[in-house]
Structures are given as structure tokens and as C-alpha cells.
Ligand binder design. Structure first.
Ligand SMILES: C[S@@+](CC[C@H](N)C(=O)[O-])C[C@H]1O[C@@H](n2cnc3c(N)ncnc32)[C@H](O)[C@@H]1O
Length: 275
């Protein structure tokens, strides 16, 4: 399946900022609890965007792990490199990586490979997760060290229900299929468990409480913006986009006046697998 997915740096950074400001739980902390990165480890983050997870692992290991971030967006890699230059970490490298192509790494190299809200857009899941499996370390029968781990996070179908309900009420149209949430628990979990020795599904819930309509609308704009291409069945061109935003704002304002706040719960799945 070919998925036309594009992410602009600005939209991604707006959404990350809103999660941090209005969320009550910290997904980074969950990420670290699950993976427990250690000094000396070889780590790969696929679809690294502006480098969020790479910087997180570097901080968690006091700059002592060897971290590679890969993404196919030169714009986002540019942001990641600018932040790296500002921070001065010597142990992180950002490089071009298209997860629909063979990964440019030797077999049996990484202690863990993570991919946050990214790799589930892969066109051929079997191909991409076999590449992930190949570059992870083999289990060591002599020392008993387990194989490398894969950690893939993405939205579950119950994610952001209120966001979709408001859009449905505003448009009276079906929500276009979201490649992440519609595939995560089924196809993606099954593909990974068919390749890896052990696979489990973890969940993380984070309610975002908006004390006014404006930041919710900033989130809506950063999600629906024309550049992301996922939502274009609901509008064509700038005028229709603005009309859609106005009708969503009207419904959101009505919900806000009725309930006194807007609460959108992110429901995230984490697939943790061992080679
Ligand atoms: C929602 S963003 C997540 C970025 C980052 N992991 C984070 O959590 O901030 C999805 C990322 O997947 C990247 N991406 C999409 N398709 C890709 C592909 N075929 N190969 C590599 N990266 C891809 C996008 O460029 C974007 O950086």
C-alpha cells in the first residue's frame, strides 16, 4: 500500500508543543521506562523527525550511548541537526533514511530500534520490519544476552475520540482512514509478531485538557493542514480548508461552552518486540 504521507516541520512541532503544554502525562517518561536506555548501547530511531527521541535517549544515558536518527525529510533532519549543534552532543548522528528502502546498516548492530509515530506509514510492512529485525542484535546463546528490541509507538483506534467526534459533527462526513490507528493493533502487530521472537502490546493514555478553544484549534490546524494530505477528502484548496476550520471551531466552541473545557485523550499503543 502506497501512503502519501507528508509532515511539515512546523505542524509537527506545534503538535509536540501542545502535547507538552496540555497533557497530564509525559510520553517521554513512558518511553524511557519501557526501553531503559543504557550507556554504551547502539540505538537507532527511525522516522526521527526533529530528533525528539534521540535527544531523550542521549539525556537518559548522559551522552554515553551511540545514537543514530534517520528520516527521509531533509527539512526535519535540518531541524534535528540545528538542535544537535546547539546542544553539542557528540554521540548522536542524523542521516537520511527512507524506511521503504533497505536500511544502510550492517546486520546485528543495534541494541534497540525505536520508531515513534512514524514507521507504521511503511508501504510494505513485512519488508520494513524485516529490515528492522536484520539490523538489531542477534540473541547471544553463549552469554544469554537477549536479542535487540524494537519499540514502535502509534495511535490506537480509540485515540483522540473527541477530536474526531467534533470533526464529524462539524462536517457530517466520514473521517478519512488514518493509516496509523487503523493498522496499528491489527496488521502492524501481526507483521511484527510474525518476524520477532517475542511481541507484546503496551498502552499509554494521556488526557490533554484545553482550558480554552484556541489551543485546541491550533492542534486542529496542525493536524488537518493541507500539507499532511491525509484530510484532503474533506476539502480542496485554501478557501474550503478555512471554511472547514470555521465550522470545526463553531462546534468546538459549543462543546466548550457546554462542558467548561475540552478534553482530548491520546491513546497510544506501544509494540515492544525482541529479536
Ligand atoms: C509524526 S512524525 C514523528 C517524528 C518523531 N518520531 C517525533 O515523535 O517527534 C513522523 C515522521 O516520519 C517520517 N517519515 C514518514 N515517512 C517516512 C519514510 N518513508 N522514511 C523515513 N521517515 C519517514 C516523517 O518525515 C516524520 O519525521
Amino acid at each position: 500500500m502506497e501512503i502519501n504521507y507528508q509532515e511539515t516541520a512546523k505542524d509537527l512541532l506545534v503538535r509536540i508543543d501542545i502535547h507538552e503544554k496540555y497533557g497530564s502525562r509525559n510520553i517521554d517518561q513512558w518511553n524511557i521506562e519501557v526501553l531503559n536506555p543504557q550507556p554504551g548501547q547502539q540505538i537507532l530511531d527511525v522516522g526521527c523527525g526533529a530528533g525528539k527521541q534521540c535527544f531523550l535517549y542521549s539525556d537518559a544515558t548522559q551522552g554515553q550511548a551511540n545514537i543514530t536518527g534517520g528520516d527521509f525529510s531533509e527539512e526535519l533532519l535540518g531541524k534535528a541537526r540545528a538542535k544537535l549543534a546547539e546542544r553539542g552532543d557528540q554521540n548522536i548522528a542524523f542521516q537520511f533514511l527512507d524506511f521503504n528502502q533497505p536500511f544502510a546498516f550492517d546486520d546485528n548492530r543495534f541494541d534497540f530500534l525505536s520508531s515513534a509515530f512514524a514507521i507504521y506509514y511503511a508501504a510494505d510492512l513485512d519488508f520494513t520490519f524485516r529490515e528492522a529485525h536484520r539490523v538489531l542484535q542477534n540473541p547471544d546463546g553463549v552469554t544469554g544476552k537477549p536479542g535487540g528490541r524494537l519499540f514502535v509507538t502509534g495511535p490506537l483506534p480509540e485515540n483522540k475520540q473527541m477530536f474526531y467526534d467534533i470533526i464529524t459533527e462539524a462536517t457530517h462526513q466520514p473521517i478519512p482512514p488514518m493509516p496509523g490507528s487503523s493498522r496499528f493493533k491489527g496488521e502492524i502487530f501481526q507483521t511484527i509478531s510474525g518476524i520477532f521472537a517475542k511481541t507484546e502490546l503496551l498502552t499509554f493514555e494521556n488526557p490533554l485538557t484545553f482550558p480554552e478553544v484556541e489551543p485546541f484549534m491550533a492542534y486542529v490546524r496542525a493536524s488537518l493542514s493541507e500539507d499532511r494530505k491525509l484530510w484532503t477528502s474533506l476539502f480542496s484548496g485554501k478557501d474550503e480548508y478555512e471554511a472547514l476550520i470555521a465550522s470545526i471551531e463553531k462546534v468546538a466552541t459549543h462543546w466548550f461552552e457546554r462542558d467548561g473545557k475540552l478534553v482530548m485523550t491520546k491513546v497510544i499503543g506501544g509494540i515492544l518486540a525482541t529479536k
